[in-house]
Ligand binder design. Structure first.
Ligand code: UT7
Length: 327
């Protein structure tokens, strides 16, 4: 039986911490509002010379070390990101070069904040078919460079970081179920309007600040609570499990209120939920693997534990998968 599991985990957070108080100095906002509405206390900002591939390469090196394999053993790199170094080439190719994974194919996968969840499920298919043995899956964002420091609706929410996993064959456990969804009719609710082929950069675009993220927060909130519940319950059902079988629920960290509304509907107790939003904010496609690494490094995951990882985001997309821990 071809079982696919997580062989290694790693993450990287840039050093610079930005507190709510720091933001209140430049925007019409307050620590009280941000904490009450989002659960965020501080977040990390990449430095001016750090792009997504730099953060990703650091996380990747750690995951490779944790898996006990070498760079040359990597067959494929998939990077889920909304803040690639450049529109092309793929950030995955830049990571391949930076870490010296010279035998690896590499591509990026764009699925909003669900990017790492999508990439994990896509990566697993290559192992399932026998085409590849080791797939490096990275969720990374230097997204604070793509939000408008004049827009309090979005600027207070986001942070930077990277999380990485190595997928490969395992003897026991591994991937038990996976669910991917998309609804492109909702695309406009979370969008970076300019810089692509629809609206190339121009002086007018810059004057209107369309090179930055635009979000209809209330619509995204409603979508998030609905989807987090739906895809989680579907993943549990597909795995033939019940909610009580889930040891760790590792959700996308966009807003503590979304997580709380979701776990109430799914009926998962809060002590089984990984929460990092207070420290790192919303690092988009990177939140789930960073949270996974955090509980893993804190020795909170035991062999046989069932982990439910779930995300939602631009597209709009959503997705979830369950892994039985086999390390
Ligand atoms: O990972 C990608 C997915 N993204 C998300 O999941 C985000 C989903 N949405 C949200 O998390 C929430 O909608 C927000 C945190 C973005 C906003 O929270 P909300 O409770 O939906 O607030 P709101 O947009 O309804 O705004 C309430 C008030 C407004 O003022 P009025 O109209 O009531 O006078 C806003 O102008 O809060 C105001 N406001 C702020 N005040 C202080 C909005 N942003 C800020 C701010 N500081 N940063």
């Amino acid at each position: 039986m071809n079982k696919i599991g997580i062989l290694g985990v790693g993450s990287y957070l840039p050093e610079k911490k930005v507190t709510n108080f720091d933001l209140a100095k430049i925007l019409d906002t307050s620590d009280e509002w941000i904490r009450a509405r989002t659960g965020i206390k501080e977040r990390r900002f990449a430095s001016p010379d750090q792009a997504a591939s730099d953060l990703a390469a650091n996380a990747a090196e750690r995951a490779i070390k944790d898996a006990g394999i070498s760079q040359e053993d990597i067959d494929l790199i998939i990077v889920g990101t909304n803040s690639p170094d450049t529109l092309y080439p793929a950030t995955a190719c830049l990571v391949q070069d930076k870490i010296g994974a010279k035998n690896a194919a590499a591509f990026d996968l764009q699925a909003g904040c669900t990017g790492w969840v999508y990439a994990s499920i896509v990566g697993a298919q290559f192992i399932k078919t026998g085409m590849y043995k080791h797939v490096l899956v990275i969720g990374v964002e230097a997204i604070t460079k793509m939000v408008d420091e004049k827009d309090r609706d979005t600027y207070v929410l986001f942070g930077d970081g990277a999380g990485a996993t190595i997928l490969g064959n395992v003897d026991k456990g591994g991937l038990l179920s996976s669910v991917l969804c998309a609804d492109g009719s909702l695309a406009e609710h979370l969008i970076l309007p300019a810089g692509g082929s629809r609206l190339p950069l121009s002086q007018e675009v810059l004057d209107k600040r369309l090179q930055y993220t635009r979000m209809n927060g209330r619509e995204v909130f409603k979508f998030a609570v609905r989807e987090i519940t739906k895809v989680s319950l579907n993943a549990i059902k597909e795995a033939g499990l019940t909610v009580d079988d889930i040891r760790w629920f590792i959700p996308h960290q966009a807003n503590l209120r979304i997580i709380e509304a979701g776990i109430k509907r799914i009926r998962i107790p809060k002590e089984r939920v990984a929460i990092t939003i207070d420290k790192y904010g919303n690092s988009s496609a990177a939140t789930v693997p960073i949270a996974l690494d955090e509980i893993y490094k804190a020795d909170k995951i035991k062999t046989g534990d069932k982990l439910l990882m779930v995300s939602f985001g631009a597209g709009m997309t959503s997705g979830a998968f369950i892994v039985e821990w086999s390390k």
